[in-house]
Design a protein around this ligand. Sequence first.
Ligand code: AP5
Ligand code: MG
Length: 194
Amino acid sequence: MLNLVLFGPPGAGKGTQSQKLIEKYGLIHLSTGDLLRGEISQGTELGLEAKKLMDQGILVPDEVVIGMISHKLDANKDAKGFIFDGFPRTVAQAEALDRLLESKNAPISGMIALEVHDKELEYRLLLRGKDSGRPDDANPEVIRKRINEYNDKTAPVAGFYKNQDKFKSINGIGTVDEIFDAVCRLLDSWLANQ
Ligand code: AP5
Ligand code: MG
């Protein structure tokens, strides 16, 4: 199995690259942000609770997203592998993911971080906010809050994978295709060493 954690701050391009990667490698895309927005659009209780936090740019509780990921792993038992996008976002989530995958004998192959500076992130998210309909894109204060949440709670997750010797980072600025090529080079080298 190929299990990739695609990492990076809000607007780094995780979702954009995931779309291309699932096509090329036949993986299942698991984005906790997309799963939460699905709950919101269905009007579930979980979605309504999550929306209050997401609209402010604050992370939802660990147990909520861990439960969603566990459910999706169980529902895709025959998958060739997964791309985790926007998850894990705290060290507690990373520990829980290791435990979930241990029971399936399919550990994380590696983490790839997309490095993008804050000015570019703010530019990309405000631009998308013009027509994305995502309440957390439209407002510069909420975008800043998302970046601060990333720096406080999510950036330490890189250290978790560095300790396991599974961390790689690439420049996330450039064309979508240039970044895709760099990610593919890493994935191909992991596949060759499996
Ligand atoms: P989530 O949906 O995960 O959002 P995010 O990570 O904050 O940011 P994005 O998804 O907007 O960024 P992205 O890196 O996917 O970039 P994209 O490809 O879209 O989370 C939303 C909220 O849900 C969180 O704030 C939190 O409340 C909650 N949540 C989710 N997961 C959670 C978890 N695990 N724990 C707790 N809470 C959780 O690209 C962005 C834009 O840039 C697009 O317009 C794109 O077209 C453009 N773009 C992409 N690549 C390039 C490029 N190379 N050059 C120029 N523009 C580009
Ligand atoms: Mg995304």
